[in-house]
Design a protein around this ligand. Structure first.
Ligand code: KG4
Ligand code: ZN
Length: 343
C-alpha cells in the first residue's frame, strides 16, 4: 500500500510517498525555518501563507522524485491536528482537494501518531513499546500496542521539553530554533555549574513540568547580569540540559518498570538531542531495554512519518471522509476514538 503523506502543522511544508508504512519512496520538505528565525519564532500567519505557496510544488516534486503518479497511490494521509490552525488547514484542504479529484481515500493523522510512526521507517521496529514523545509542542509518555493504538501515561502540565529549550535559548540570546544550539553548547559546558530544579521528579506518576526550570534559568541569568558577572553560556546550557534529561530519563525508567515493556521509542524533535540520546542509550544498555531513536531526519516534522502513521491507521480500517477538518487542539484519545467512514 503506497500512501502520500502531507504535513503542514507548523513551519515545514512536507510531502512523502511511503510503502507499507516503512519504505520511503520519496520525500520533499520546504522549510520556513530561516524566515521565522528573523522573528525569533514561528509567526502563524506567515507560516500559513508559505504553506499555500509551497504545497502544490512540494507534492508535485515528491511524485517526480519517485517517478510516480496518482495512479500509484492507494491513499492520502494528512496531519489534521494538533498544530497551528491556519497551517493545518492548508494541508487538510490540499489533501481533500486531491482526494476529491482522484477518488483516493483520505486519512486524517494525529501529528503525534506521526512522530511515533517515524521510528518504523526504514526499520523493522514493531510495537508493543513505550514511547517518550519530546517535541516542541508535546512531552508525553505513551504505551503503543500491536495495533498501533496509544494510551497516555502522563504528559507535561505546562511547557513541552522543546518549548523549554527554545525559551532558554531565547534568554541566552540564541536564535530560533534554539534546541539544537543549546544541545551543541551543552557539549562543552559544566552541568554542575548551576543546580536547576528537576520538575515533578519527586512526584509519583508520569507528568512533567518544565516552566519552573525555565524561570530558574531566567532568575539565575538576571541575578548574574545585575551583578555584572560574566555568564558562561555553555555552563548554563549544560546545567539546563542535565535538569531536563534527568527528569525525562527517570520518569521513563519508572514507566518501563511499571509497564514491563522492554522496548522504548523516543520520538519528536528533542529526540535529536545528543545528550538525551547518550543518556537513554547508556540506560538501555544497563537495563536491557531496546532504545530506538528515529534517524535524525525523521525526528523533526516531516511527511514520511504522516504517511507511515496513515498506513497503520488504514490497517485499523479507519479512513476519513471529505468532512475532515483541521484541529489546533486534538487530544490523541479523541482522534483514536474517531470511527471510520470510507469514501
Ligand atoms: O517535533 P518538532 O519538529 O516539532 C513539533 O512537533 O513541535 O520539534 C521541534 C522542537 C523545537 O522545540 C526544537 O528546538 C527541538 O525540537 N529540537 C531540539 C533539538 N533539535 C530540535 N531540542 C533539543 N536538542 C536538539 N538537538
Ligand atoms: Zn512535530
Amino acid at each position: 500500500m503506497i500512501i502520500l503523506g502531507i504535513e503542514t502543522s507548523c513551519d515545514e511544508t512536507s510531502a512523502a510517498l511511503v510503502r507499507d508504512g516503512r519504505e520511503l519512496l520519496s520525500e520533499v520538505t520546504a522549510t520556513q525555518m530561516e524566515i521565522h528565525a528573523a522573528f525569533g519564532g514561528v509567526v502563524p500567519e506567515v507560516a500559513s501563507r508559505h504553506h499555500v505557496e509551497d504545497i502544490t510544488r512540494v507534492v508535485e516534486n515528491t511524485f517526480r522524485n519517485a517517478s510516480m503518479n496518482w495512479a500509484d497511490v492507494d491513499a492520502i494521509a494528512v496531519t489534521c491536528g494538533p498544530g497551528l490552525l491556519g497551517s493545518l488547514l492548508v494541508g487538510v484542504s490540499a489533501a481533500k482537494g486531491y482526494a476529491l479529484a482522484t477518488g483516493k481515500p483520505l486519512i486524517g493523522v494525529h501529528h503525534i501518531a506521526g512522530h511515533v510512526a517515524a521510528a518504523t521507517i526504514g526499520t523493522d521496529v514493531r510495537p508493543p513499546f513505550l514511547c517518550l514523545v519530546v517535541s516542541g509542542g508535546h512531552t508525553e509518555l505513551l504505551t503503543v500496542d500491536e495495533q498501533f493504538c496509544f494510551a497516555k501515561l502522563g504528559e507535561t502540565r505546562d511547557d513541552a521539553a522543546g518549548e523549554a529549550y527554545d525559551k532558554v535559548a531565547r534568554l541566552l540570546g540564541l536564535s530560533y530554533p534554539g534546541g539544537p544550539k543549546v544541545d551543541k553548547l551543552a557539549l562543552t559546558g559544566n552541568g554542575e555549574a548551576y543546580s536547576f530544579p528537576r520538575g515533578l521528579l519527586e512526584e509519583e506518576g508520569y507528568d512533567f513540568s518544565f516552566s519552573g526550570l525555565k524561570s530558574a534559568v531566567n532568575n539565575a541569568l538576571t541575578k548574574q547580569r545585575n551583578r555584572r558577572e560574566e555568564i558562561c553560556v555553555e555552563d548554563v546550557c549544560a546545567s539546563f540540559q542535565d535538569a531536563v534529561i534527568d527528569v525525562l530519563v527517570e520518569k521513563t525508567r519508572r514507566a518501563l518498570h511499571h509497564t514491563g515493556y522492554t522496548r522504548l521509542v523516543v520520538a519528536g524533535g528533542v529526540a535529536a538531542n545528543r545528550g538525551l540520546r547518550a543518556r537513554l542509550g547508556e540506560f538501555g544498555e544497563r537495563e536491557g531495554i531496546d532504545v530506538v531513536f528515529p534517524p535524525l531526519r525523521w525526528c523533526t516534522d516531516n511527511a514520511a512519518m504522516i504517511a507511515s502513521a496513515g498506513y497503520y491507521r488504514a490497517q485499523q480500517g479507519k479512513v476519513s471522509d471529505l468532512s475532515l477538518n483541521a484541529y489546533a487542539q486534538l487530544p490523541l484519545h479523541t482522534w483514536q476514538s474517531w470511527g471510520s467512514s470510507a469514501i
